[in-house]
Write a protein that binds this ligand. Structure first.
Ligand SMILES: [Zn+2]
Length: 73
């Protein structure tokens, strides 16, 4: 049974739901079926960006960033 992230269009609440194919998911806060499923690939992409940012910070700390910027020019 897949677990999905949803956001309610009516009250803007975000929540996770286990959804069976026969179910019509509704907002647990206000009960409207007018909700949108969030694309789960957004989270890993954001995480990858955060990892890249921390690697960049580590490189800057160790003085490697000058090598990167020289090759970038
Ligand atoms: Zn709602």
């Amino acid at each position: 049974m897949p677990l999905y992230d949803y956001r309610c269009d009516a009250c803007d609440k975000q929540f996770e739901l286990l959804v069976r194919s026969a179910d019509v998911p509704t907002c647990p806060a206000c009960g409207t079926p007018d909700i949108k499923r969030l694309i789960s690939s957004i989270a890993p992409a954001g995480k990858a960006k955060a990892v890249a940012g921390s690697m960049r910070a580590a490189a800057a700390r160790e003085g490697h960033l000058s090598n990167f910027s020289r090759s970038g020019r």
